[in-house]
Design a protein around this ligand. Structure first.
Ligand SMILES: Cc1cc2nc3c(=O)[nH]c(=O)nc-3n(C[C@H](O)[C@H](O)[C@H](O)COP(=O)(O)OP(=O)(O)OC[C@H]3O[C@@H](n4cnc5c(N)ncnc54)[C@H](O)[C@@H]3O)c2cc1C
Length: 461
């Protein structure tokens, strides 16, 4: 990396917070994208670790003038290669913007630096009288800024939606270096175009998020986790619309196939408690009273029995519930070594049973299996494309295309929550028209006329 660029960054951040030595930047080059899909990182980069918004603004003004690409980097837990540098530039690590977390319990909001991790936020909320933040992607090392930039989802989207539903305000450094405040502690704000929501899911391509204002909620006191087992994928997925139609909205309805979840349990040194059947629905309820919790659990079991459920288990103790959630959260890490890709398809929730049937047909066509887990209550299926004899199969691209095309039949999306990044952008024309993609490029140009912010991610100009 050019010595002049390193020198200027050191002037702004201080010598200790600029790293260019190749032996020390390895941890900043990749995210958690599947091994076979990762683009190779360009190593002609420098890592800058600014301490605050002002330093970020100075770096961006300099880079915009000198036309140096900048990649904002949060916790590095992303699954789409968006933080992997594909050209020389500055990796802007947000790790030092993690000091301030202020809970406003009257407005039920939290104002935090964007580098605060989800683990940090959850620890802080333990000090409150029962406030919680509902979004939980599987890795608590994710930063709040990264979660906004990826519009993260997770298990509780059935009841609480996704990140977008809880972002109320942002402080952002624009690609020109100007600092703007979008939104605020407002529940309603209809003035002008909604620039705040342009930032949500923009994957570091439109601005650098430096502060977030997020909505908080009062915890319901009684939670229970139900595992309902089935002998067929179809029966399990047919049960879900029936539960939602009954007026019960669980916190989470997760679909887990036995071979996948048992591998995750082994990985954790734990035991998955449901033994019967080939697939389980893991249903988390959070209710105001114990009576409600039991009544809804019983109603769900009755519905599931109509769809041939073969067993059901209720975990009531905090420890049992924690173990189940922990196993579920580790599925991806435990299983991905056997797979080439953990896909992230979204279809309308009522179309899931049909999409799952399509997956069976596609698997048969390629003489493989497509094991699945998923946030089935919100129509989000993660199917794994498996290795063949430990290697990438020759038909890998073909099967992926077949799966995406199957999702499109139902008006689905190529990514539900993991984002477009660098690994999925080539599939965007399956979902969007040329005109729609052209408008997205226009938005990118309006925010970032010189194309310096995370180039190569989402759209190419
Ligand atoms: C085991 C595991 C399980 C996961 N489960 C889920 C899940 O259930 N649901 C889900 O939605 N995701 C899941 N993820 C993906 C990941 O945790 C989320 O995408 C998360 O939001 C990424 O946050 P991060 O801070 O790690 O961002 P990074 O990976 O560092 O960056 C992601 C993107 O955000 C941009 N970015 C980061 N910080 C900023 C900022 N301050 N300003 C502007 N842009 C920024 C980057 O440029 C990049 O484009 C999982 C990941 C792992 C490893």
């Amino acid at each position: 990396m050019d010595i002049e660029i390193i020198g200027r960054l050191k002037e702004i951040c201080g010598d200790d917070y600029v790293v260019s030595d190749l032996s020390k930047i390895g941890n900043y080059l990749y995210d958690e994208t599947e091994e076979y899909l990762k683009p190779e990182a360009c190593t002609d980069v420098v890592v800058a670790k600014p301490k605050d918004t002002k330093e970020i603004s100075e770096i961006v003004k300099y880079a915009n003038k000198a036309l140096i690409p900048i990649i904002p980097r949060g916790g590095g837990t992303g699954l789409n290669g968006a933080v992997i540098p594909d050209r020389p530039g500055i990796i802007l690590s947000m790790e030092r913007l993690s000091k301030n977390i202020e809970v406003d319990d009257k407005n039920l909001m939290v104002i935090a630096d964007s580098g605060v991790t989800l683990a940090q936020l959850n620890e802080e909320l333990k000090k409150t009288k029962g406030l919680f933040f509902p979004i939980h992607p599987g890795d608590e090392g994710a930063q709040l800024g990264g979660m906004v930039a990826e519009n993260a989802g997770g298990v509780s989207a059935v009841k609480h939606g996704i990140m977008r539903n809880h972002v109320k305000g942002l402080e952002v450094v624009l690609p020109t270096g100007e600092i703007v405040t979008l939104g605020g502690k407002l529940i309603k704000n209809n003035t002008g175009y909604d620039l705040l929501h342009m930032m949500v899911g923009s994957e570091g391509t439109l601005g650098i998020i430096t502060k977030v204002i997020l909505k908080l909620y009062a915890k319901q006191n009684h939670t229970g986790t139900l595992l309902v087992s089935f002998d067929s994928r179809q029966d399990a997925s047919d049960t879900v619309p029936a539960i939602l139609q009954s007026g019960i909205t669980p916190l989470a309805i997760e679909y887990v196939e036995k071979n996948v979840i048992e591998e995750a349990a082994r990985h954790m040194g734990l035991v998955w408690p449901a033994k019967e059947g080939i697939v389980d629905l893991m249903i988390i309820l959070e209710e105001g009273t114990e009576d409600d919790l039991f009544a809804k659990s019983e109603a769900i079991v009755e519905i599931a029995e109509k769809f041939n459920a073969v067993d059901s288990i209720i975990a009531e103790t905090a420890k049992d519930q924690r173990n189940i959630l922990q196993i579920r959260s580790n599925v991806y890490t435990a299983f991905i070594e056997h797979a080439i890709d953990g896909m992230d398809i979204s279809v309308p929730p009522a179309s899931v049973p049909y999409f799952v049937r399509d997956l069976d047909e596609i698997a048969a066509k390629y003489n493989t299996t497509l094991p699945c887990v998923g946030h089935i209550g919100d129509g989000n299926i993660h199917n794994f494309v498996m290795k063949e004899n430990g290697e990438k199969p020759s038909w890998f691209e073909d099967i992926r295309l077949d799966i995406y095309k199957a999702a499109m039949k139902y008006g689905g999306a190529i990514t539900a929550e993991h984002g477009t990044g660098k690994t999925r952008k080539s599939y965007m024309p399956l979902q969007y028209t040329d005109r729609e993609i052209e408008i997205m490029k226009g938005v990118k140009r309006a925010f970032d006329p010189n194309g310096i912010l995370n180039p190569g991610t989402i759209v190419d100009l």
